[in-house]
Design a protein. Structure first.
Length: 110
């Protein structure tokens, strides 16, 4: 049997779009549940850009609010079916990030 030489593969290069911090964080989600999470668990919710990943979200929050982030969790929220008179449509899909801060940091929205 002949010796087969294994091909060496170069690591896949992921091209990611470079977004500025203010382009990643769209807006904070200020709801009753969000305020409860912020006081009890030091977690804050944001609507974020659909193209942003966890690492970009972490750095954007740290840059914009001058805090240290402990953990980032992401949810992709699907658009819902909506009807207006006789027209059928859907709302847009969006991405939600729940950011947990280190215990000594806080964000004040008001």
């Amino acid at each position: 049997m002949g010796h087969v030489k294994a091909r060496s593969r170069s690591p896949a290069t992921k091209t990611s779009l470079q977004l500025e911090a203010h382009q990643i964080i769209m807006r904070p989600l200020v709801t009753e549940k969000g305020m409860q999470q912020s006081t009890d668990h030091n977690q804050y919710s944001f609507e974020v850009n659909m193209l942003a990943d966890k690492i970009q979200i972490r750095s954007a929050v740290e840059e914009l609010f001058e805090v240290e982030v402990e953990k980032v969790r992401i949810q992709k929220r699907a658009g819902k079916q909506r009807r207006h008179k006789f027209k059928q449509g859907t709302t847009k899909s969006w991405k939600k990030a729940i950011v947990t801060l280190k215990p000594e940091f806080r964000i004040d929205f008001f």
